[in-house]
Design a protein around this ligand. Structure first.
Ligand code: FAD
Length: 398
């Protein structure tokens, strides 16, 4: 499969931008767990983060394939798109399900970079992957607003975002007795009712109902836990229909999975390139280590895994662009790509021997960063469950 000239030009432009943000830049931030402000500002200025926002709202109106190329090149250049990747896909919920007024109010500002929509509040400490079990509530208070109480965890970039897409329960959870195989649209559809999506303007409620606490993690990810205590959200910030929020969030997840898979492909390319170069240069026992099959085979295996995953990412992106159902392909792409990047990370570290652990090689940093993606945004087991149930027709296991 070959890419068109437009995508090649996008890749080149992203690479040129990333060249201004070398390993030293990321290492210094990693030590301090500091946010890459300059990098995010440069990406925003170049319009890359507005890739999927239609031109009528001031975005670039590009395709999913273009967004894939952008995210992949960021990672393949040694940079870390996790600082801002959510901006690309969270706005999809607003775009597809928001009112004309909401879109006109927020999308142009997001496209220009004046407003950041980078925070996505879904996961909670007690419910984890069981999103329907979330406990944060939004209770209507007259016509004007909702009052939100509860807690989210792993709400990444909340400190660096103006807006947050929040999923909260607006009506109590229905009794838990879905029949086996209950699916969307059947009796089981009720299982998903009662959750609603809000676009929270955090600038209005920080310190006034909203508290954000950073969580220090093994990599520099700017993630947080957030607490809502009688946080007031204007009723006009409800996205779509009350109670339908789970469906809106799900519809954005395919884009999220495809883009994160693209980041993993970029990471895998970075590790493979780094390992190949080092294996060719490092001489031990009088010959390059890459002359030994024990060293070259793991690199070749990583390359094969990366290429196979890359094809699935392209397949998923193509289906997404054609407006077709891509749930299975998006999940499989995320799974294959996350496995490929993690295997490549381990291979790259092993190829470098002791030097792989030295900070200045950037391998240990990228190793820590790419490890996330077999867990988030969805963990491996849950992808496997999805394929088992929805593609193979096996009984639902949870
Ligand atoms: C750095 C970081 C950033 C994140 N950013 C965000 C964000 O911005 N917004 C957001 O909403 N969330 C975010 N997340 C949350 C992320 O999506 C979840 O961590 C992930 O979905 C897994 O959920 P959990 O941690 O609650 O694990 P749990 O649901 O507690 O699961 C723990 C383990 O058990 C396994 N498991 C659970 N149930 C089953 C089952 N039925 N069958 C088989 N295995 C099962 C899982 O696969 C997993 O391995 C982030 C997480 C991290 C670590």
């Amino acid at each position: 499969m070959t890419e068109n000239a437009d995508l090649a030009a996008i890749r080149e432009a992203v690479r040129a931008l990333c060249a201004d943000f070398p390993g030293e830049y990321w290492r210094a931030l990693d030590r301090e767990r500091a946010y890459p402000e300059k990098f995010v500002a440069a990406l925003t200025k170049a319009g890359f983060l507005a890739a999927l926002i239609p031109e009528e709202y001031g975005g670039s109106g590009l395709t999913m394939s273009a967004a894939v190329a952008i995210m992949e090149e960021i990672q393949a250049s040694g940079c870390n798109g996790a600082a801002c990747h959510a901006q690309m896909y969270t706005m999809g919920t607003l775009l597809r399900h928001g009112s004309a007024e909401q879109k006109a109010r927020y999308l142009p500002g997001i496209a220009k970079g004046e407003l950041r929509l980078q925070a996505f509040g879904v996961t909670e400490p007690t419910s984890g992957t069981d999103t329907l079990g979330l406990r944060t509530t939004a209770v209507r208070d007259g016509n004007a607003s909702y009052i939100v109480n509860g807690q989210k965890i792993w709400t990444s970039r909340a400190e660096h975002s103006d807006l947050m897409l929040l999923l909260a329960r607006t009506t109590p959870r229905p009794p838990l007795n879905p029949p086996p195989h209950a699916g969307e649209g059947g009796v089981g559809a009720k299982r998903t009712a009662g959750l609603s999506v809000f676009l929270v303007d955090m600038r209005e409620v920080k310190g006034n109902g909203l508290t954000i606490r950073p969580i220090r993690t093994m990599m520099n990810h700017a993630t947080t836990e957030v607490f809502f205590e009688n946080m007031r959200v204007p009723a006009e910030n409800l996205i779509g229909v009350e109670g339908e929020g789970f469906r809106y969030i799900l519809s954005g997840m395919n884009a999220e999975r495809i883009l994160i898979a693209a980041e993993c492909i970029g990471d895998a390319k970075w590790f493979i390139e780094k390992a190949t170069r080092y294996a060719g240069e490092r001489v031990v026992f009088g010959r390059p280590i890459g002359q030994n099959q024990g060293v070259q085979f793991p690199i070749a295996r990583s390359y094969i895994a990366m290429r196979a995953a890359e094809l699935m990412v392209r397949e998923a992106a193509g289906l997404y662009e054609a407006g077709k159902d891509c749930g299975a392909e998006a999940n499989m792409a995320k799974h294959l790509a996350a496995e490929a990047s993690w295997t490549a990370a381990d291979m790259c570290l092993q190829t470098h021997g002791g030097f792989g652990f030295a900070e200045e090689f950037d391998i240990e940093r990228k190793f820590r960063e790419t490890r996330l993606y077999t867990v988030a945004p969805i963990s491996t087991n849950l992808v496997l469950s999805y394929i088992a149930e929805h593609v193979l027709g096996l009984p639902r296991s949870y």
